[in-house]
Design a binder for this molecule. Structure first.
Ligand code: UFG
Length: 333
């Protein structure tokens, strides 16, 4: 049995590759290394460097290798950037998925696990967010992921490709052994920014607004450890291989923490002071996002075990403090 991981050199994709190989799976990776890192590739994964929008390239990988399932992480994923570059997001995310599905149809590959996002819900009508809530994305990014989900739905009807779409909340942390971790250029995510500030790579960090309708005025998010998140992908693969029907699941920890709580916890974990300034709200940020992941627990048997933010920040800190320049480049911009 062989798995093709698209985007396997990225933050979340690389953790998937490591955990798949830990479980004895044979793994092929496609990545164009635009945001991924060669150093994040598992040495035992076979690597094809290329772009998923290149149909000949994708066809050639399916023709050469015997692949029984695909896990698709290859997408642009920044909410802010997606508002500046909507067409790039439609091209890479939506068209890229169209090409992939076309190649899967031709190769007769019937299973796909898909990396989706809570950004498909937009500003939620209620929390915790259930999968049954309406999807009203407020960003191009969320819209492209929702479109990719819909593309899979219609493709299933015509061609029988079964999918599991996993809607992530705020993914953070790193592999427990700290061989791989988070390294985005530029970085926009809260946990790495906090830890880069602890390492004095940033003089201070900005809290984007403290006038939200939350107990301490800062935004509340649901942080999920990257290794727990990947456990759900492995369960989704098993579910599909056992004949499970196409489905959509939220992946979060069912608990919310404010930006200030994250910073205070990071100060305890690192023993460092983290200087902050209060800035304006970041456009498009909802005040509170908390998942209900009951469906994933019940149907997939998901049992996240690294749910404390202390554990998430400890593992992220082990990575950042042992790899202060990430995968090696000194400039963090
Ligand atoms: N934040 C700060 N300062 C910073 C960075 C972030 O105050 O320097 C705040 C943000 O305003 C937000 C929270 O920290 O309130 C988390 O921000 P992130 O950028 O880490 O994450 P987002 O919640 O914006 O987005 C994440 C993923 C998206 C996904 C979304 C779904 O990055 O891909 O969760 O919930 F769509």
């Amino acid at each position: 049995m062989s798995i093709l991981v698209l985007g396997g050199a990225g933050y979340i994709g690389s953790h998937a590759v490591y955990q798949l190989i830990d479980q004895g799976e044979h793994v092929f990776v496609i990545d164009n290394l635009e945001t991924g890192h060669k150093e994040a590739l598992h040495p035992d994964a076979s690597f094809y460097e290329g772009d998923i929008r290149d149909i000949d390239f994708v066809r050639s990988v399916f023709a050469k290798e015997s692949i029984d399932a695909v896990i698709h992480f290859a997408a642009n994923s920044l909410v802010g950037e997606s508002m500046q570059k909507p067409l790039q997001y439609f091209d890479n995310n939506v068209y890229g998925t169209q090409v992939l599905l076309q190649a899967m149809v031709e190769a007769g590959v019937k299973h796909i696990v898909f990396s989706s996002t809570a950004a498909t819900y937009g500003e939620p009508e209620s929390v915790p967010i259930m999968e049954s809530l309406p999807t009203k994305p407020t960003s191009t990014y969320g819209e492209t992921k929702l479109t990719m989900e819909k593309m899979m739905k219609w493709t299933e009807q015509a061609h029988g490709i079964k999918y599991v779409s996993l809607r992530y909340f705020n993914v953070a942390g790193a592999r427990g052994t700290a061989e791989i971790g988070e390294d985005h250029r530029p970085e926009s995510h809260l946990v790495p920014i906090i830890l880069q500030t602890a390492l004095q790579q940033r003089k201070e960090m900005t809290i984007f607004g403290e006038d939200y309708d939350t107990p301490d005025g800062t935004c509340i998010r649901d942080y999920v450890h990257v290794e727990d998140l990947i456990d759900a992908h492995l369960l989704a693969l098993t579910y599909l291989r056992n004949g499970g029907t196409s489905n959509i699941f939220n992946l979060g920890s069912n608990q919310g923490f404010s930006v200030k709580e994250m910073i205070q916890t990071a100060e305890k974990v690192t023993g460092k002071e983290i200087p902050v300034q209060i800035g304006k709200r970041r456009p498009g940020d909802p005040s509170t996002l908390i998942a209900s992941s009951e469906k994933a627990k019940q149907i997939l048997g998901w049992n996240p075990t690294r749910t404390s933010i202390t554990k998430i920040i400890e593992d992220a800190w082990n990575w950042h403090s042992s790899h202060p320049t990430g995968y090696g480049r000194n400039d963090l911009s």
